[in-house]
Ligand binder design. Sequence first.
Ligand code: IPD
Ligand code: CA
Ligand code: CA
Length: 266
Amino acid sequence: MARSALLNVMVQAASKAGRSLARDFGEVQNLQVSLKGPGDYVSQADRKAEEIIYNELSRARQGYSFLMEERGVVEGDDPQHRWIVDPLDGTTNFLHGIPLFAISIALERQGQLVAGVIYNPAMDELYTAERGGGAFLNDRRLRVAARGRLVDCVIGTGIPHLGRGHHGNALIELRNVMGEVSGIRRMGAAALDLAYVAAGRLDGFWEAGLSPWDTAAGMLLIREAGGFVSDDEGGQAMFDKGTIVAGNEAIHRALLKQLRKPLAGK
Ligand code: IPD
Ligand code: CA
Ligand code: CA
């Protein structure tokens, strides 16, 4: 498949970091049985992957700014362009030897998402999208699922854990959605969840408490696959609010409706 020069740069950075993560994932599986566990090892793997991505991207596109999960904001000379990077999304899965984790890289130009790459090295699944150019899984063009009724749908979400707020709200939202759908999934890597919506594997997704590096690339993938993405009130303040709701037009609308309901008494 012919890719633009920009996507090539992003794919190269993701592949190189992916090789590093895949090697470390193998080691994590060995460390699993030790009493101390692979915790420190995983933080190192995460930082190493970020370093690789940072070096690759800054060499290929000099002066672009960065927003990265580990390094935070790096201001470049070019304020028009910003990379948004999560070097390892799904850290808890990675730590537990579950092969659902990914690298997420997006590029914003003048505040608009123009390119996104999500790569799961354990499954060698590469998701790419460029504004106006469609979304792809490896070489296959993606479309969001066509199901029109929640009752037929499998919906992904995220559930807050120890140290994260909003437990009460999350329970209310879950209660309001679970009685309407054919299945709920909590897979543990928001970037991959969004990629799965773009690929039609999940019919929809919602989560609160997310950061731009979790969602940026996935949002573009979904839009380019014909889907809809908003915050939990139907607006476009996903980065500011940290909430996201996604699906095809009908499922996105139906999810928003369920999420806004006061606790349904079922
Ligand atoms: C996390 C994952 C998880 C989501 C959390 C994120 P991390 O990212 O995407 O699915 O529920 O809110 O923080 O910490 O693994 O990069
Ligand atoms: Ca993340
Ligand atoms: Ca991360």
